[in-house]
Every structure is written in C-alpha cells, then in structure tokens.
Design a protein around this ligand. Structure first.
Ligand code: ACO
Length: 332
C-alpha cells in the first residue's frame, strides 16, 4: 500500500490585522515588516474561536472533498503549538469530538512549524505498514494569545488559521507520497521558545510578570540556520529521489518569511510562478501554514490531480523537514 494525499481544506478567521493596524500598537512600520518578512496582514481568531474549532472547520472541508464517510477515518492527528489546553485533552481529541468521529486513535504532535511535514511522515508509515487506511491530518493554530503585542520582534510575524488533509491508502504508485524527510536538533531549543506555563516554569505571578507565556525568538539566528538547513535538506531530498527541480510542479514552502523562501527558491533555480506564496496575507501560521498554502493554490485551480509538490519547513525545536508529494485529490 502507498499513502496518497487525497484532499485538502483550510479555514481562516474573519478578522484581519494589517501592518498598518500594528503600527498603531507597537513601534514598527508597514515598510519594515513588508521589507523584512513579506507579510502584509494576518488573521486573528475571535475570543471564542479556538484552535480545535478552526481545525474542525478545515477538516470538514478536507473530508467533504475526499468524499469519505466519517466512519472510515481510522486516525486523527493534529499538529499545533497552540493547543486548546496545555496538557489534556489533546486538540486532536477535541477535533474528533467536534466532527463526530468516535473510538478512533487521536493525538497531537508538537513540532512547531514543521508539524505538517512531521504528520505526513507519520501518516505514510501508518499506511505503508497496513495499520491505518484513512488518516485525517490537521495543522491548526491560534497563536495570537501566545504573542506579546508589545514585542515588535515577534507579534508582527504570526497569524491564526487551520489546514487539513486526508491521507488515504492506495495501490496506485503514481498517487503516492514519494518521500518525507523530518529531523530535529534540540541544541537550538532556546532560540525559539515559549518557556512558561508548563512543568518547568509553571504559571504563576512571577512567570506572568516576566512574560514567559509568550513566544520569544532570536530572529536573526533562527533566520540563518533556517536558510542553511532548508536549502541543504531540499537539495538532499531531490538528489535522493533522483528528481530535478524542473520536474517539480509546485514548490510549497513554510510561509514564515519571504526572504527565507526566496533564498531557497533561488538556490534551486525554481521559478517564482511555481512557488506557492501566502505569507503576505496570512503571516506565519506555523503547523497550519503548508496545508493552508496548498489549499489556496488548489482553490485557485493551480494544483491539480497528479501534480508533484515539493514541501519544506523549519520551526522551533529546531525541527525541519521536506517532502515530495503527489496531489491525489480531484482537480477543481
Ligand atoms: N519593526 C521595526 N524594527 C524592528 C522590528 C519591527 N517589527 N523588529 C525588529 N526591529 C529592529 C531590531 O530591533 C533591530 O534594530 P537595531 O538594529 O537597532 O538593533 C533591527 O530591526 C534589525 O533586527 P533583526 O532581528 O536583525 O532583523 P532581521 O532582518 O533578522 O528580521 C525577522 C527579523 C523578520 C524576525 C527575521 O529574523 C526572521 O524572519 N527570522 C526567522 C523567523 C522564522 O523563520 N521562524 C521559523 C519558524 S517560527 C516557529 O517555528 C514557531
């Protein structure tokens, strides 16, 4: 059996926070944000709209597009750095409950922005081993509550949203997810961290005063490692699978920063027209970023059945990964 990406879906909250809005909140400018990141605006979830709500909405779209009955789904995985609850229940359990999926294994994974690529690796292994046949993957993030809107180095970067996919068993090798690389190096953990609120620095007045509940990032150092790691990882996965950049139909990078995307794209000599870019309108939505980007390109009619996609991602941990994936959903 092979694993096929059978459908895609996404959900974005209604509220738009533009760079001009941020100019009124913190010492920054539209020009600085656009030049350094490529971001123009991002979505912000409503107070009563949680990660699992957005994840369930994106999942519903993917399930409908795959045309499968809920009873067939035999595994639900959610990748998120902003779960509804810190420890339990998992966001995957809440998404299952919201969709009406019962008595099925469901769990979250924590690999920051690399979540979707990590989930692809897990789903591929479950399907190729014959253990599961119809897997729901959800990348969902409500990052806005984890941001300090006085910290201009982080609050301008992130947004909220969700993306989902159905991964199905198939006997057709032409539909298969070809390969997934996923890796990590914990030596860099402190460069991108939400230190407080869990067991090491439990939530208390002191941790709140220090703002340990917020995302902290050494942006410049993250940037340098991201460019280096992503470029070599992408070169490796192509070489390993004997695929050249001209055989790729769509390059779908993690949407963190346009300058990181451009550095990798130029190294590969990959045309901008075949690069999926959503960073300007959504910012960095972490684990939701890649499925949201695939979804938008699919809805625009750019991604069609049989197209070969190259995914790449980098995030906190550090974690990173890349994947060569055929789109095996119906063309719109
Ligand atoms: N507005 C205006 N000025 C700013 C802002 C802002 N929003 N933020 C920082 N600055 C200032 C800094 O204070 C600094 O000023 P100084 O020179 O007087 O000290 C100057 O701009 C340059 O700061 P740098 O940090 O060097 O800016 P850089 O060009 O590196 O851009 C950025 C910062 C956009 C954060 C970039 O480093 C980046 O994108 N890093 C990678 C982020 C990423 O990819 N994360 C991975 C995944 S995220 C995840 O896993 C959750």
């Amino acid at each position: 059996m092979y694993a096929a990406l059978r459908s895609i879906g996404s959900y974005v909250p209604k509220k738009i926070l533009t760079n001009f809005d941020l100019e009124k909140m913190v010492d920054t400018s539209n020009e600085w944000i656009e030049q350094r990141t490529g971001i123009k605006e991002r979505r912000i979830a409503a107070a009563d709209e949680h990660t699992s709500d957005m994840g369930a909405k994106a999942a519903k779209v993917a399930i409908d597009r795959a045309g499968i009955e809920l009873e067939k789904i035999d595994l639900v995985i959610c990748a998120t750095l902003s779960p509804d609850h810190l420890c339990m229940p998992s966001t995957a359990c809440l998404i299952s409950q919201k969709l009406g999926i019962a008595n099925v294994m469901a769990f979250d994974i924590s690999s920051a922005c690399s979540g979707f690529v990590y989930m692809l690796q897990i789903a591929k292994a479950f399907i190729e081993s014959g253990m599961k046949k119809h897997i729901l993957l959800v990348g969902a993030e409500k990052i806005s509550p984890l941001l300090d809107y006085n910290d201009r180095t982080t609050c301008i970067l992130f947004g909220d949203g969700a993306g989902a996919a159905i991964i199905e068993a198939t006997e057709d090798k032409n539909e298969a997810i070809i390969d997934v690389h996923a890796s990590a190096d914990g030596n860099y953990g402190d460069l991108l961290i939400t230190a407080g609120g869990a067991s090491r620095f439990p939530c208390c007045d002191a941790t709140i005063k220090q703002g340990l509940q917020y995302i902290k990032m050494s942006g410049n150092e993250v940037f340098k490692v991201a460019v280096k790691t992503l470029t070599s990882d992408v070169v490796d996965i192509l070489a390993k699978n004997n695929i050249t950049p001209d055989q790729i139909d769509h390059f779908v990078p993690h949407q963190a920063n346009l300058r990181i995307i451009e550095a990798v794209r130029k190294k590969l000599n990959f045309p901008i027209e075949q690069t999926v870019l959503t960073v300007a309108k959504y910012g960095n939505t972490s684990a939701a970023s890649i499925p949201m980007a695939i979804n938008d390109a699919y809805e625009e009619g750019r991604i069609k059945y049989g197209d070969l996609m190259l995914l790449d991602t980098f995030g906190g941990g550090f974690t990173w990964g890349s994947a060569l994936v055929r789109f095996a959903g119906k063309s719109l």
